[in-house]
Design a protein around this ligand. Sequence first.
Ligand SMILES: *Cc1c(COP(=O)(O)O)cnc(C)c1O
Length: 404
Amino acid sequence: MKNTFTHTTPTAEGFFGEYGGSFIPPQLKQVMDEITAAYDEITQDQSFLDELASLYRHYVGRPSPVFHAKRLSEKYGAEIYLKREDLNHTGAHKINHCLGEALLAKRMGKTKLIAETGAGQHGVALATAAALLGMECEIHMGEVDIAKEHPNVVRMKILGATVVPATHGLKTLKEAVDSAFEAYLADPVNQFYAIGSVVGPHPFPRMVRDFQSVVGNEAREQIQEMTGKLPDHVVACVGGGSNAMGLFSAFLDDEGVALHGVEPAGRDLDQVGEHAATLTKGAPGVMHGFKSYMLQSADGEPQEVYSVASGLDYPSVGPQHSYLKDLGRAEYHTVNDQEAIDAFFELSRVEGIIPAIESSHAVAHAIKLAQQKPGQAILLNLSGRGDKDIDFVVDKYGAGYGIG
Ligand SMILES: *Cc1c(COP(=O)(O)O)cnc(C)c1O
């Protein structure tokens, strides 16, 4: 594989326009500088790129196909294509950046991967990469989430990871971040903090995006092969923004391709704590070591966020998305819980593909778009499969769809 990490580069300090950067305690500055230097080095190192490409192919199952969803297209009037990240090993796009980060950590001589997880998706993908590369893995998770996300907790343990409960405060994601960070600071020499999306201090937004750019690079080639042209629209859901950035990165210079990010409107877009639509409802600020749009209370604390898709409920967003929004290069839309659940059943029943609830937000937007733009080509990133969601969806919503 040639070096394909060639997209819009942030400044040396990690800024995309005014967003990104590195707002961290002084004792972390040196560690982050080392990670940046190591990352710069491996992007020029053919043996690293070859090893990652080989894992993508033989372990993850890449390239993932692009599928022309003909029945869905016929029903809604546009040509809808799905980038099938749901078919990856472990069932979502997250394995793409977890392998990249784990491989980098190993090359830097680190022995242990550390991270927080909310619903457990990032934890499972990272524990998988750690097992594959023979590294230790410690995942911090709120006690409340541990009880809620039992299957993922079991998966992580089977994979050999240690799951550390965060027992203070609300015992959810924010506390897991605190707990993981504290554990990381105790030994940043031997440990590597593997961030789960295009967020955090420099160089993580660029690095995670680069690892995810394989999605866009493949899809761009595949759809041209299938249709002889570029799509009119690309669509992806946005939590932290990694699957969207991975897809968008290949189309940034194609002015004719409209980029659509889809945020969760949850139960109520007009009420604090009832959604996680950061770019739609937030304002620029600094949190978790970087500047971006975020949902903040008046005293600068992260607002409570909510979405039916636990992978989307983060109160900030990757800085490059904030930049693309201000530039007007990408548009950000919202889809609420009910629309996402409708799309979950629609894709299942019309195409035989059960999507993750996160990805269902992108499906819902693509369906709306198809009705507005008849005949146009829409490429949507199906970021993950819905196996993890079926019990929850049937318990809570099944009756409305003739189940249970
Ligand atoms: C975690 C997750 C997301 C959200 O993360 P991004 O960084 O915004 O991509 C989306 N889809 C699935 C299936 C996920 O597991």
